[in-house]
Write a protein that binds this ligand. Structure first.
Ligand code: DAT
Ligand code: MG
Length: 149
């Protein structure tokens, strides 16, 4: 059995995206800075143009929701910076750095809270994506970086 103090010590990876709004606004560097300043390691960083197929896999859980089409349109509106970050509890840690989904009410100190705000679009343009579980992280990393060992 794993002792409680060992339960959170395994190094893990997460998939982070600087979405098209973040890249367009020149915030890629600021977001990478926050990831590195927190102590995480970069395992892959690549500027990518998404496709509808890739996004259908990435946002599998949201296909068919009212915001899905606007979300895909937004994600196709420009390049995305795809990042794999590594470190102890990085999945949870990056979600905490990112802040809650709606940037208007996201806490100050977070990426979304400090740098984002909602304006009248059908989708929340909230600067970043971060995997939400170990299962999503391994699924999403294999979608965006199929060759990464
Ligand atoms: P998160 O990105 O915080 O994990 P999510 O996985 O629930 O949030 O949703 C994915 C993205 O879809 C989110 O970053 C912005 C958009 N979105 C989610 N809920 C929405 C809603 N109710 N209206 C508009 N866009 C939404
Ligand atoms: Mg999500």
């Amino acid at each position: 059995m794993t002792a409680p103090e060992e339960a959170h010590t395994s190094t893990e990876r997460t998939l982070i995206l600087v979405k098209p709004d973040g890249v367009k606004r020149g915030l890629s560097g600021e977001i990478l800075r926050r990831i590195e300043a927190k102590g995480y390691t970069l395992a892959a960083v690549e500027l990518r143009t998404a496709t509808s197929d890739l996004l259908a896999q990435h946002y599998e859980e949201h296909v068919g929701k009212p915001f899905y089409e606007p979300l895909v349109e937004f994600m196709l509106s420009g390049p995305t910076l795809a990042i794999v970050a590594e470190g102890d509890r990085v999945i949870e840690g990056f979600r905490s750095l990112a802040g809650t989904t709606d940037p208007t009410s996201a806490a100050p100190g977070t990426i979304r809270g400090d740098l984002g705000r909602q304006w009248p679009t059908k989708v929340l343009q909230n600067l970043v994506h971060g995997s939400d579980s170990t299962e999503s992280a391994s699924r999403e990393i294999s979608i965006w970086f199929p060759g990464l060992s």
